[in-house]
Design a protein around this ligand. Structure first.
Ligand code: NI
Length: 203
C-alpha cells in the first residue's frame, strides 16, 4: 500500500465516529431498534457492533505489535448482536466509546513504521465459522488497517440503507432531513457509501 493510501485509511478511521454520530444522533428509540430491512441488523445493532468489532481489532493490532505472529480469538458477531446489551438502544455509550477508541487507534496507526505494518497476526475462526470449515487467517497490520477503514464505510452504508428503508413509514421516518447521499469510490472499487450531508433530505 502506498503512503497516501495508508493515510486515506487512517483518515477514514479518524472520521468514522463523527460521521456515525451525525447519522444516528437524532434517531429515537423506535427508529434505532426498527428492522426496516428484513434479515438485517437495526441501527442500534450496527452501532454497538462497530464498537465491539473495533475494540477487538484495536487489541488485535496491539497484540500483533507486541507478540510474534500471535493467534487471536474471534467471536460470533450475530450472537453478540442478539445480546440485549448490544442489540437495542441506547447507543450513546457506544458512540462515546468509538470517539475515545478511534482517537487512540489513530495515534497508534500514525506511529507505525513499515516494518511494524508488515507484522502479522493469525485470527481463529469463531465457533460457527469453524464448524463451516473456516480456517485460521493470517493478516498483516496493514491489511487490518485497510479492512477496518472499509468496515466503517460498510456499516455507514448499512445504517444509511436502514434509515432510508423507513422513508415510506411515517412512524419511523426521521423528522429531520436525513442527509444521505451516495458517493462512488472508484479507487476503492465498486463501493457505494452513504454519507451524511446537510444538503439532501430524502423526504
Ligand atoms: Ni461488521
Amino acid at each position: 500500500m502506498r503512503q497516501h493510501e495508508r493515510e486515506r485509511c487512517i483518515a477514514r478511521i479518524a472520521d468514522l465516529p463523527g460521521r456515525l454520530r451525525e447519522l444516528v444522533a437524532d434517531l429515537d428509540e423506535r427508529q434505532l431498534s426498527a428492522h426496516t430491512i428484513p434479515g438485517e441488523w437495526n441501527v442500534a445493532q450496527n452501532v454497538h457492533h462497530l464498537a465491539d468489532s473495533h475494540m477487538h481489532a484495536f487489541l488485535q493490532v496491539k497484540t500483533g505489535l507486541s507478540e510474534d505472529n500471535p493467534l487471536i480469538s474471534n467471536y460470533d458477531q450475530d450472537r453478540y448482536a442478539l445480546l440485549p446489551e448490544s442489540g437495542q438502544p441506547p447507543v450513546a455509550a457506544s458512540l462515546d466509546l468509538l470517539d475515545a477508541l478511534h482517537s487512540r487507534w489513530v495515534v497508534l496507526w500514525r506511529s507505525l513504521d513499515e516494518a511494524q505494518l508488515a507484522r502479522t497476526t493469525r485470527v481463529m475462526p469463531d465457533e460457527k465459522s469453524a464448524a463451516a470449515g473456516g480456517q485460521i487467517r493470517c493478516r498483516s497490520l496493514e491489511q487490518i488497517l485497510a479492512s477496518y477503514a472499509q468496515h466503517g464505510e460498510d456499516h455507514l452504508d448499512q445504517i444509511g440503507r436502514t434509515i432510508l428503508a423507513a422513508a415510506g413509514d411515517p412512524g419511523l421516518r426521521p423528522a429531520f432531513p436525513v442527509t444521505l447521499y451516495k458517493t462512488s469510490i472508484r479507487a476503492q472499487g465498486r463501493r457505494t457509501i452513504w454519507n451524511s450531508s446537510p444538503s439532501y433530505a430524502f423526504r
